[in-house]
Design a protein around this ligand. Structure first.
Ligand code: MSP
Length: 509
């Protein structure tokens, strides 16, 4: 039986349009999903929208709309974005769907039955922006005496009747979980922050609200709605039908779950979520990875500064493959990064146009012009040719290890080193001279280069699926969904090239 691998993005709030942060989480998750499929895993990839809570209710009020109307409109925009980004997601879940409401209610009932919930009153700080309760010590005081959260939003003081989850009882179990499963949270620096937070002592968590209506009614008390994070987190399990008593065929994906999230929401995923599941006597996800945040030309991205980056605008101006490549290559996954047009253009012109584009263009047009587009056979493997083969073996061996550690940028670097080697091989072999001097060697160099270009197409598929497809089509490979293990079997010798076009356009600075 093929190994299962279930990977998720967070579900996105529908109070506003998507920005680069949403695109980033989604593209990185898509990369991992595609990579794991190429490795031969049976992958399920879920994304979706988070539609309940005060933040959404207020956004609807401000626009003079019913909450559900706003959700329908904006959720569709996020769904459209999955197409614009060419995500390979298998599911798109909305928290207003019945399957989600049923699952969230099921978790509540299990917590209730296990005596993990009690009625009380919450008095303290709340951020609508983050939909999060804060201790004063976790806030920063402003000059005017008000407080701000780590994400920069304001907080308000609230007092209301609320059900509490006995989170404080789960500290030791959580610490054991982190200790016994050393890669449950990564990167390490983020894991250490979570451990410190839990070690400093956990308060019970308010998990219902009574001062507004837009949410899922708690199944045990119709006067309360569920805290939006308890509601939202269950989406991961609901997408594979895990939160009910019947056996769903998708259930098996719950055996191997990876959540990709931004650093701002790590606490909810690495503390609250496993605590809810343990308290309900349910299985936990395997891994949680927290990535960093993008700034825009050095400044924090915020609506008030008017510097929000619209992914669709970038795609329209520079191209989807270029955008995906930049997001994944520019910043080590897990670190913060800065978006600038200069950096984007640099990457496009140097890595894509000069390195990959030129390699394909120069070698394949030679086959087109000199050999009536027919890819010749390899006849000789000397040391240089063998070195290229070894470099392929290194990527096949190291690649999965790097991705297992979520080192996406290191994987890309490795692939680009290989592209550099193939470029060097082609240049040093001087096929334009060999053509007259040694026909056999001439054919051999073109065959080796074409073979390597095919291999490169396999390696870049998780980064730039369309370009990968385009290259494979040029060299006459029409099979789709190829795995890494198919790479050596896919024969291109004797294939007729289809028209060779420039893969990337140089961008004027
Ligand atoms: N709805 C919650 C998640 C619930 S999951 C059960 C939420 N939604 S969000 O729309 O605000 O954010 C979703 C993702 O976008 C988060 O992973 C967040 O880190 C990411 N980003 C938001 N701004 C970002 C940047 N400036 N840079 C990178 N990612 C950032 O949180």
């Amino acid at each position: 039986m093929t190994d299962k691998f279930y990977i998720t993005t967070p579900i996105y709030y529908v109070n506003d349009k998507p920005h680069i942060g949403h695109a980033y989480t989604s593209v990185a998750t898509d990369f991992v999903a595609r990579f794991m499929r190429k490795k031969g895993y049976d992958v399920r990839f879920q994304t979706g929208t988070d539609e309940h809570g005060l933040k959404i209710q207020k956004a609807a009020e401000n626009r003079g709309k019913e909450p559900l109307d706003l959700c329908n409109e904006n959720s569709q925009i996020f769904r459209d974005l999955t197409k614009s980004l060419n995500l390979s997601n298998d599911d798109f879940i909305r928290t207003t769907e019945q399957r989600h409401i049923d699952g969230a209610s099921y978790l509540w009932k299990r917590l209730h039955e296990r005596n993990q919930i009690y009625l009380g009153e919450y008095t303290g700080w709340y951020s609508i922006n983050d939909e999060t309760f804060y201790n004063e010590k976790d806030l920063t005081k402003q000059n005017d005496g008000s407080f701000k959260t780590i994400t920069g939003g304001p907080v308000e003081w609230i007092t209301e009747k609320s059900y509490f989850f006995k989170l404080s009882e789960w500290s030791d179990k959580l610490l054991d979980l982190y200790k016994n499963n050393s890669d449950f949270i990564s990167p390490k620096s983020k894991k250490n922050e979570v451990v410190k937070f839990v070690e400093s002592g956990l308060n019970d968590l308010s998990i219902s609200r009574t001062s507004f209506k837009w949410g899922i009614k708690t199944p045990t008390d119709g006067g309360h709605i569920m805290y939006v994070w308890l509601d939202a987190l269950t989406c991961y399990a609901n997408g594979v039908g895990y939160l009910n008593d019947t056996v769903d065929t998708l259930n098996k994906y719950w055996d191997n779950v990876t959540h990709i999230v931004g650093k701002d929401i790590l606490r909810h995923h690495a503390v609250y979520w496993p605590a809810f599941l343990m308290a309900a006597d349910l299985d936990l996800p395997k891994r949680i990875f927290a990535h960093g945040w993008w700034t825009n030309e050095g400044s924090k991205i915020s609506k008030s500064l008017g510097n929000v980056i619209d992914p669709i605008e970038i795609i329209n101006e520079y191209g989807l493959e270029q955008f995906r490549y930049f997001l994944l290559r520019e910043v080590p996954f897990g670190n913060d990064g800065d978006f600038s047009k200069k950096a984007l253009i640099n990457r496009i012109n140097s890595d894509l146009v000069n390195d990959l584009g030129n390699l394909c263009q120069r070698s394949l047009t030679m086959i087109e012009k000199k050999l009536e587009s027919v890819v010749p056979n390899i006849t000789n493997k000397g040391n240089e040719e063998k070195a290229l083969q070894e470099s392929i073996e290194i990527i096949l061996d190291k690649g999965p290890k790097l991705i297992n550690e979520f080192k996406i940028h290191d994987y890309i670097k490795l692939v680009w080193e290989h592209i550099g080697k193939v470029n060097k091989y082609f240049n040093d072999s001087k096929p334009w001279e060999l053509e007259k001097e040694n026909e056999e060697m001439f054919l051999n160099v073109l065959a080796i280069t074409a073979e390597q270009i095919k291999n490169i197409a396999f390696f870049i598929e998780p980064i730039m699926p369309n370009i990968s497809r385009e290259i494979l089509e040029i060299v006459g490979v029409d099979k789709v969904n190829l795995k890494f293990e198919d790479m050596k079997r896919v024969n291109i010798f004797g294939n007729k090239l289809s028209k060779v076009n420039h893969l990337f356009k140089r961008v004027q600075e």
